[in-house]
Design a protein around this ligand. Structure first.
Ligand SMILES: *Cc1c(COP(=O)(O)O)cnc(C)c1O
Length: 376
């Protein structure tokens, strides 16, 4: 059996090697390394895939979030509401721009931001909400958009973990993760569902003005070279990464299906395991399983991680410490106990290997080792 990886990028590459190699070589031969035709083509293909008017490629997902917030003209001290259970980048850029991250709790079954908690956290200084589509399914966007409209707030979706997920509205329509709010921000970090072979990111919007502004900010605040209208950043997706992403975008649906198949395998295997709660599916969203995350009940998950590791199985804890208890984000407003769902999840979650190349043999081995640990 092939060694089990948390994310098996090497096996995935081997299965698409000829397409990737020729795409990369074409860029090298063309020498159009920056802003070449591959970047434009990828942008257009992703616009079509997501059914969104504008995709603005940039250097990584953290930059995407930062550029989104810069484009909204927020002022120091303005409050931005986001989830306490997320990857640090979400709050990092808020703090970096001297805005005030206002954290709220998440839903225990979906791990996603709780719309009721969002509404309660709104003050006269609130300017934006940043829902994070954690682990591969959409936060409950319909009530979030309704709250945002009522309070005149911007919505920036952090779609780094959920590209390709679809959200369904009560009127029967649906939209891709990242295309519902004012702006969507995503990452093409290698281990993301649509990952390149280095760093990459993108912004999505249906708003022409915001699109123009974000393009300008990502390009040193210029639309005409050497004429700088606003303070910007240098944030580009390079052509080699774009060429790789074009190949992988064509496989994204197939990859999401493979992840769902692995998730179903785990679900069935652990259905009657009292010490493990399998991930719930949100009512209004498809799931693209960036992570397959179990909530443990009455077992030592670090001991489980060690046991699995001894059997050649990696497992990870995403995330062990909630944002409000991180040293960098300590704030007199927050203390332990403020976000009970988040805190409980941080104590109990564990994620199993999840990627597009898991074989039945590997899945069976993982499941049997997890069960063995649960019995002990
Ligand atoms: C990965 C990730 C980011 C940041 O993306 P980078 O490309 O690593 O900067 C932001 N938010 C979430 C939820 C992520 O998972």
């Amino acid at each position: 059996m092939k060694a089990i990886q948390m994310v098996d990028l090497k096996s995935q590459y081997e299965n698409i090697q000829s397409e990737i190699d020729s795409a990369v070589l074409d860029v090298i031969r063309s020498s159009a390394f920056i802003n070449g035709p591959e970047v434009k083509a990828f942008q257009e293909e992703l616009e079509n895939y997501l059914n969104v008017k504008h995709v603005i490629p940039c250097a990584n997902g953290t930059d995407a979030l930062q550029i989104a917030m810069m484009a909204l003209d927020l002022q120091p001290g303005d409050e931005v509401i986001t989830a306490s259970f997320t990857y640090v980048a979400t709050a990092e850029v808020i703090a970096l721009l001297q805005l005030k991250p206002v954290l709220v709790d998440v839903h225990p079954d979906t791990f996603n931001i709780d719309p009721l908690a969002v509404e309660k956290a709104i003050t006269p200084r609130t300017k934006a909400i940043v829902p994070v589509h954690l682990f591969g399914q959409c936060a409950d966007m319909e009530p979030i958009m309704e709250i945002a409209r009522r309070h005149h707030l911007f919505v920036i979706e952090d779609t780094a973990q959920a590209i390709g997920a679809k959200y369904s509205f009560s009127n029967g329509s649906s939209a891709s993760a990242g295309t519902i709010g004012d702006i969507g921000a995503t990452s093409f970090f290698p281990s993301k569902n649509l990952g390149c072979y280095g760093d990459g990111g993108a912004l999505f919007t249906n708003n022409d003005d915001l699109a123009a502004k974000m393009r300008m900010i990502a390009n040193h605040g210029q639309t005409v070279r050497y004429y700088h209208d606003v303070v910007g950043v240098n944030s580009r997706l390079d052509s080699i990464q774009a060429a790789i992403l074009r190949v992988k975008l064509r496989k994204l649906n197939e990859y999401s299906a493979a992840r769902n198949e692995a998730a179903r395998f785990y679900d069935e295997a652990f259905a009657d395991e009292a010490k493990l709660n399998t991930p719930e599916r949100a009512k209004n969203s498809t799931h693209v399983f960036h992570q397959y995350t179990l909530i443990t009940d009455g077992l030592d998950r670090f001991a489980m991680q060690e046991f699995l590791s001894s059997k050649g199985i990696p497992a990870m804890v995403y995330y062990p410490v909630p944002l409000h208890l991180q040293k960098a984000y300590t704030d007199p407003r927050y203390k332990e106990g403020d976000f009970p769902v988040t805190e409980e999840l941080c104590k109990r979650v564990i994620s199993l290997p999840m990627h597009t190349e898991l074989t039945n043999e590997q899945l069976e081995w993982i499941v049997s080792c997890v069960k063995e640990f649960c019995k002990a």
